[in-house]
Design a protein around this ligand. Structure first.
Ligand SMILES: NC(=O)c1ccc[n+]([C@@H]2O[C@H](COP(=O)([O-])OP(=O)(O)OC[C@H]3O[C@@H](n4cnc5c(N)ncnc54)[C@H](O)[C@@H]3O)[C@@H](O)[C@H]2O)c1
Ligand SMILES: N[C@H](CO)Cc1c[nH]c[nH+]1
Ligand SMILES: [Zn+2]
Length: 433
């Protein structure tokens, strides 16, 4: 199977690794410009532009935005229609995701200092959040749960869910997941146009305060461009997996774990790091044999040929150093003592510990969120969580004695900044002793 083979001892290793993980400049600027044009158009022309782009990119024939709105009755009908086994799996996954995310809920807190001054933080939920559920090359009911449940746990006032339906094929499991997660309305739109509509609002789509959720390169770039007008959770673009293996796992397992992310998108990235050259050969042989058994063989082959890699490292310590440099979305530690090795990992969206923890279990039902930072943004971003739907206001309530004591500190500082009104405002609160 065609994929990149690298060794950390190669003279050009650093350059090859950088090239493998970077997007080409042309690709970058082509996507940036295209997305910018779509956002401006939707901002200017609202629903009319939204319908046009949806017809073009999702091969729809809508004449009006009303045709792209899926109401609560349709969501409930889908829930009633899906096979019982799918409904049960969705409900179990939803409960595990809810139970995990409840632990993330932050409460308001406050205390009084020795002068009786109150200090604290008041935590509130967002008024309105936009949830992006991808739907171009695959349907993602699991992403409905991963987006909507933390929002619900946080107590968001209103959620607006968008998800494209290419060729007008509405996915029943996506709609059923929305019903289970308490979403009351879904808009069948996607891509940069949906992100623009959520950010700026149109006649039909209400403007939201924050847009969360994963998507392809157009969605990720659109979120980046509307940041500032609205909040965003992170850059959650094409999927990535890095597997570190000590060479003692079943090569078929490792091959399939790599494929599990490569199959998302031609632009997904799957990389193996291992200090055992013979094991890497065995994984490559497994890949060649197994890929022909998969429906998404073409996507996997493209992803592995363009962006995949099997990398020989000097030892496991060096493999972890490469991990920290890549800061991958998903990291699988398929090795003995995985918990100990995980302590050396500084940058990864999610860490899967041991041979029996394939990344795929995290995608659906382990409990943690599968919306994770990509493109090395795990250096500064975290998994989607309840905290993304909450914000904090500081609380300061001075007692007369406390105000007087603080004024004595604030006044000279304000005067040193030349801000006399600040100083005098504080000084009014001084109590002569
Ligand atoms: N990082 C994460 O947490 C995470 C989670 C789940 C999925 N994913 C990733 O999400 C992505 C889903 O991608 P998808 O394509 O299946 O669905 P998507 O909904 O993200 O994208 C589909 C939309 O992309 C737009 N689009 C497609 N081609 C375009 C073009 N040439 N010009 C302008 N717009 C275009 C269209 O509007 C279309 O509706 C995958 O890359 C997958 O790996 C990431
Ligand atoms: N692996 C994806 C995040 O990169 C999430 C997902 C959903 N369904 C399958 N996989
Ligand atoms: Zn996945």
């Amino acid at each position: 199977m065609n994929t990149h083979r690298l060794s950390s001892t190669d003279a050009d290793f650093d350059a090859r690794l950088d090239a493998l993980t970077a997007w080409s400049e042309e690709r970058d600027s082509e996507v940036t410009e295209r997305v910018h044009a779509i956002i401006q158009d939707v901002r200017r022309r609202g629903d009319a532009a939204l319908v046009e782009y949806t017809n073009r990119f999702d091969r729809r024939q809508a004449t009006d935005m009303a045709e792209l709105v899926i109401d609560a009755d349709a969501l409930q009908a889908a829930l009633a229609r899906i096979p019982a086994a799918h409904r049960e799996a969705l409900e179990i996954a939803a409960e595990r995701v809810r139970s995990y995310h409840r632990r993330q809920l932050t409460e308001s807190w406050q205390y009084r200092d020795e002068d009786g001054t109150l200090l604290g933080q008041q935590v509130t939920a967002l008024d309105r959040a936009g949830l992006y559920v991808p739907g171009g090359k695959a349907a993602y009911p699991s992403s409905v749960l991963m987006n909507a449940i933390p929002a619900q746990v946080a107590g968001v006032g209103e959620v607006v869910m968008v998800s494209p339906s290419p060729d007008g094929e509405l996915n029943d499991t996506v709609l059923a997941a929305a019903a289970i997660a308490g979403v009351s309305r879904v808009l069948s739109i996607g891509g940069a146009q949906a992100v623009a509509a959520l950010a700026y609002g149109t006649e039909t789509v209400p403007a939201v305060d924050k847009i969360v959720g994963p998507g392809n390169i157009y969605v990720a770039e659109a979120k980046r461009q509307v940041f500032g007008k609205v909040g965003i959770d992170m850059i959650a673009g094409p999927s990535e997996i890095v597997v570190v293996c000590d060479g003692h796992s079943d090569p078929d397992w490792i091959a399939m774990d790599l494929f599990s992310q490569a199959e998302h998108d031609e632009e997904a990235q799957a990389i193996l790091l291992c200090p055992d050259a013979a094991f890497i050969d065995a994984v490559q042989a497994s890949m060649a044999r197994l890929v022909t058994t998969l429906e998404r063989e073409t996507i996997i082959r493209t992803s592995m040929a363009d962006r995949g890699a099997l990398i020989l490292t000097r030892d496991l310590n060096e493999a972890i150093e490469v991990v920290n440099r890549l800061a991958p979305e998903h990291l699988e530690l398929s090795m003995a003592d995985a918990e100990q090795w995980a302590k050396k990992v500084r940058h990864a969206g999610a860490i899967f510990l041991g041979r029996h923890t394939p990344e795929a279990l995290g995608d659906y039902c382990a409990g943690p969120n599968h919306v994770l930072p990509t493109s090395a943004t795990a250096r500064f971003s975290s998994p989607l969580g309840v905290y993304d739907f909450q914000k904090r206001s500081s609380l300061i309530g001075c007692s007369p004695a406390g105000a007087s004591r603080l004024a004595a500190v604030a006044s000279p500082l304000a005067r040193s900044e030349g801000l006399t009104a600040h100083a005098r405002s504080a000084e009014y609160r001084l109590i002569e002793s």
